[in-house]
Design a protein around this ligand. Structure first.
Ligand SMILES: Nc1ncnc2c1ncn2[C@@H]1O[C@H](COP(=O)(O)OP(=O)(O)OP(=O)(O)O)[C@@H](O)[C@H]1O
Length: 237
């Protein structure tokens, strides 16, 4: 069953066409990767789907709702990874979880979530003092505190050391295993290959390729998703 259906989505910033007819479908319970060069339109797609930005044209349904007209209802059922700036330096981990839980009509038990994601030992730690890996754990827990059916993660592992990245991969798989649909924007091809069930490659505001990592690799006769990516978007390293 499709949880996100995007058809002919268009968005311009003044004269710049950021999305030039994006069409894609995300099925329930999958990790769906969005790849593409800088400025391709990935974040704009995620922002439109999560109700943060209004598209200019095309149709868009998330959990059967149009984010343009049912934003409030939708925000109760989706989660989005926060940007660092969204949390004050002095807030403690436990306070942040409790505060975000209060935004939702039917939140998860934030104390249980804190335990599950290994954050209990950091309950009284202030946000500013957390390492990148702990911040990412907190962002994931905050994205889940509303008991969402769909979670949007935009470059979640950028800036993490290799061990913290691997740890985060495990957390993302756990999310999927609990039945949450995950939309993952990433520049890391190894990450997309390891995690994603299906991928859309976006270039210049259009989906230029779509398929499972294996299908994209086969289609380009490549040995890895990274090689396939460069072949498919006709770029050389
Ligand atoms: N608020 C904005 N005002 C003007 N132009 C914008 C705005 N947001 C994005 N753009 C432009 O729209 C295009 C698509 O941006 P977007 O952030 O969606 O791309 P992206 O694929 O997520 O890029 P990156 O990989 O660099 O994060 C880019 O050319 C960008 O400069």
């Amino acid at each position: 069953m499709a949880v996100i259906e995007i058809n002919g989505l268009q968005k311009s910033y003044r004269t710049h066409k950021a999305l030039d007819s994006v069409t894609l479908t995300v099925e329930r319970g999958e990790i769906f990767g969005i790849l593409g060069p800088n400025g391709a339109g990935k974040t704009t797609v995620v922002e439109c789907a999560s109700g943060l930005r209004k598209p200019d044209g095309g149709t868009l349904r998330v959990l059967g709702m149009d984010p343009r007209t049912r934003r409030h209802e939708l925000l109760q059922r989706i989660g989005a990874q926060l940007q660092e700036a969204a949390l004050p330096d002095a807030i403690k981990v436990g306070e942040a979880l409790r505060m975000y839980a209060s935004f939702y009509d039917k939140p998860a038990d934030w104390r249980a979530l804190m335990q599950e994601w290994g954050l209990a030992e950091k309950k009284r730690a202030r946000f500013a003092g957390l390492s990148g890996g702990w911040k990412q754990r907190l962002f994931i827990a905050l994205a889940l505190v509303g008991n969402p059916e769909v979670v949007f993660l935009d470059e979640l592992t950028t800036g993490l050391d290799p061990a913290a990245r691997r740890l985060t991969w495990g957390l993302i798989r756990d999310m999927r295993d609990r039945g949450v649909t995950v939309v993952l924007v990433t520049h890391f091809m190894d990450e997309a290959e390891a995690l994603c069930d299906r991928i859309a490659v976006i270039d210049q505001g259009r989906v230029v390729h779509e398929g499972s990592p294996g299908e994209l690799i086969d289609r380009s006769h490549a040995g890895s998703l990274e090689d396939a990516y460069f072949t498919l978007i006709e770029r050389t390293v």
